[in-house]
Ligand binder design. Structure first.
Ligand SMILES: Nc1ncnc2c1ncn2[C@@H]1O[C@H](COP(=O)(O)OP(=O)(O)OP(=O)(O)O)[C@@H](O)[C@H]1O
Length: 617
């Protein structure tokens, strides 16, 4: 019959560090925090912003540590004076002495309370600032960075890892400092009272150090692994929640559950061992504490009988022995929390060290207005080294022209747009806007002159009005309605319950695909850009909405240089230029009539299978 004990024995063996042959594959990968001192210095830079308050906290820690040394010492003095001392009690008499003792014991918790609330305030502010920095840094990172990371894992760094740092700063930092103070203070007083008894108390210290070392060498990597497993699980949850429809549509629920269980199991395992091993610390410390207590009491008793020490000194020692191992115990406990927080902080700083997208923009300029002349000269690009996604692309678009990008899937249409908007930079060749190389224009400024209407319109949580306002934050309500009317979105918006104030949630799940596109057109209309990027929807939209979208787009494109990843014959025919891309190269280039006359790939598509089906396939 299985019970808790037998279950516990079934746990896999803990990792054996230092003996790779015994370590399981899972654990071989784990790492300690890589740069503890560097990470601490960086945390300190945040803490140092509240130097004054921190100084007050340290002052309180000093006082509370001194008080906790003074209390037992005074009791020793009282005992010795009572048992035949001169009864002077520091010249205070019993009443005065007891009063001072009372004050000492009352002040102690008060100073602890003050240091604790002040430190919590500093800690919360520090974590708040770190989170702000992390979040704003995340938003400065280039698109390729996000391509390589799981969103949920990144989210975990902003939440879980930061929370870990917060928890440690709240309590552990003070405790570590006060433990060190009490430790050295106790040692000083002990030595002055009886070096022999001090030595006895100290016998357990090497054992404690060895035990601690054994434990922390095992728990440090485990805590780090647990954090990273947690990030991994977060990533998976985020991915499966956003991919709900696909999971259901392909009946993948069981596989998803299995994969979740595997990741969850990894957290359970690393958490189990991290907690189990670190849980041994208090037990070990307690046992060694008792040993030291027994030694001091036993041998101290013999010394007292021989008249070598007073009873008061033994009382002080017994109390100090306890007090002396307590900070060691606390240090050991806090050490683990500290390691886990450092691992968390390191993961946070890792992101902050990622190079931001606009690091090289010191010299780049801003343009107030652009005409919209776009030129590609022998532009080549590959996402990965050694790979060529686009090669030698050259064309010129005059302001206000419509350029249709046509070609089979994977031909490089989206990539071309990504280069124009500088989500990626070309490996060779030149891209200019109004004759200026785009590398010399600040990315943010460049993109402010462009607007995007993509197939998959992303709507944020908020009202319809707020979502349209995304195009230009200072737009008035009237301007928003005007843009919506031009985009043909107004009529459907006013029919919705709540109209412009209808709240959209979860990426706009309450409205249709076509309506989302109309909102995207309104948003772009409001932005009033010189360059427009359209990715025509391939999904079927009802004819009425389709006509509305087309009308909205026509109005939007008027007077702007428009790049259209085109799927519809109508759009392609009306374009000023058609770029036919194939395998990353510009296969054909010209107007609809010119390309038909050439009798090449495009005319084959058009006459044979029909552009509508094949163009953007
Ligand atoms: N982030 C990326 N990293 C590596 N390769 C990529 C990346 N994005 C796209 N590619 C590759 O680059 C090539 C061109 O892709 P691109 O998205 O530009 O094609 P497309 O013509 O827009 O296709 P579609 O019509 O299907 O959207 C493809 O082979 C694709 O696999």
């Amino acid at each position: 019959m299985p019970n808790a004990l037998t279950e516990a024995f079934r746990q896999p063996r803990p990792p054996v560090i230092g003996d790779p042959s015994k370590a399981s594959g899972e654990y071989k990968k784990k790492k300690r925090a890589k740069n503890v001192s560097g990470t601490l210095v960086r945390i300190w830079k945040y803490l140092a912003r509240r130097k004054l308050k921190l100084g007050l906290v340290l002052f309180m820690v000093l006082i509370s540590s001194a008080l906790s040394l003074l209390g037992p010492y005074m009791i020793g003095v009282a005992v010795d004076d009572y048992l035949g001392g001169d009864g002077a009690l520091w010249g205070l008499g019993w009443a005065g002495f007891l009063l001072v003792l009372g004050v000492v014991y009352l002040l102690s918790p008060l100073t602890m309370f003050l240091q604790s609330i002040w430190m919590i305030e500093i800690a919360q502010e520090t974590v708040y600032r770190m989170r702000v920095d992390l979040f704003s840094h995340l938003h400065k990172l280039p698109i390729p960075f996000f391509g390589k990371r799981q969103q949920g894992e990144l989210m975990s760094r902003v939440t879980n890892d930061m929370e870990n740092v917060s928890g440690t700063l709240n309590s552990s930092a003070i405790q570590i400092f006060s433990s060190i103070l009490i430790l050295f203070g106790t040692l000083g007083v002990m030595l002055s009272l009886s070096p022999l008894l001090t030595l006895l108390t100290f016998i357990v210290v090497p054992l404690m150090a060895l035990g601690m070392r054994w434990i922390t060498r095992r728990t440090g990597p485990l805590f780090k692994e647990r954090q990273s497993n947690l990030g991994d699980l977060n990533g998976y949850i985020e991915e499966t929640l956003s991919g709900q429809r696909i999971i259901k549509a392909f009946s993948q629920e069981d596989r998803v559950k299995r994969e979740f269980a595997e990741r969850n199991e990894r957290i359970r395992l690393s958490g189990f061992w991290a907690q189990t091993i670190s849980g041994m610390i208090p037990k070990l410390m307690n046992s060694l504490n008792n040993l030291s207590f027994a030694l001091v009491a036993g041998i101290g008793g013999i010394l007292a009988i021989n008249g070598q020490v007073t009873i008061g000194v033994i009382i002080v020692f017994v109390e100090y022995a306890r007090q002396f191992t307590r900070p060691l115990n606390d240090l050991a406990n806090q050490w683990n929390t500290l390691l886990s927080a450092i691992a968390g902080a390191e993961r946070v700083f890792e992101i902050m060290d990622e190079e931001v997208e606009n690091k090289d923009e010191g010299q780049a300029s801003k343009l107030d207005k652009i005409e919209g002349a776009v030129k590609f000269e022998d532009v080549s690009f590959g996402y990965d080294e050694g790979q060529t996604t686009l090669s030698d692309i050259s064309f010129e678009a005059k302001p206000g022209e419509t350029i249709a990008l046509v070609g089979p899937t994977g031909a490089g249409k989206t990539t071309l747009i990504q280069l124009l908007s500088r989500f990626y930079d070309a490996s060779s060749g030149r891209i200019t806007i109004d004759g200026r190389e785009i590398g010399s224009i600040q990315r943010e400024n460049l993109r402010s002159h462009m607007a995007f209407v993509l197939q998959d319109t992303f709507l944020f949580e908020g009202t319809i009005r707020e979502n349209i306002r995304y195009g230009r934050l200072d737009a008035t309500d009237e301007e928003i309605e005007e843009a919506a009317k031009l985009a043909n979105a107004h009529s459907f918006i006013v029919r919705l319950q709540g109209g412009y104030d209808k709240k959209l949630t979860n990426g706009g799940s309450g409205i249709s695909q076509g309506q989302k596109q109309l909102l995207a057109i309104a948003r772009a209309m409001l932005a009033d850009p010189a360059i427009l990027v359209l990715d025509e929807a391939t999904s079927s939209i009802d004819t009425v909405t389709e006509i509305k979208i087309q009308q909205g787009l026509q109005r939007l494109m008027k007077g702007r240089t428009s790049f259209v990843i085109a799927h519809r014959l109508n759009t392609i025919r009306q374009a000023d230029q058609i770029l036919v891309l194939k395998d990353g190269g510009l296969l054909e280039h010209g107007s609809h009539d010119e390309l038909l006359a050439q009798g090449g790939f495009y005319s084959g598509l058009y006459n044979g299978q029909g552009v509508q089906e094949e163009a953007g396939d």
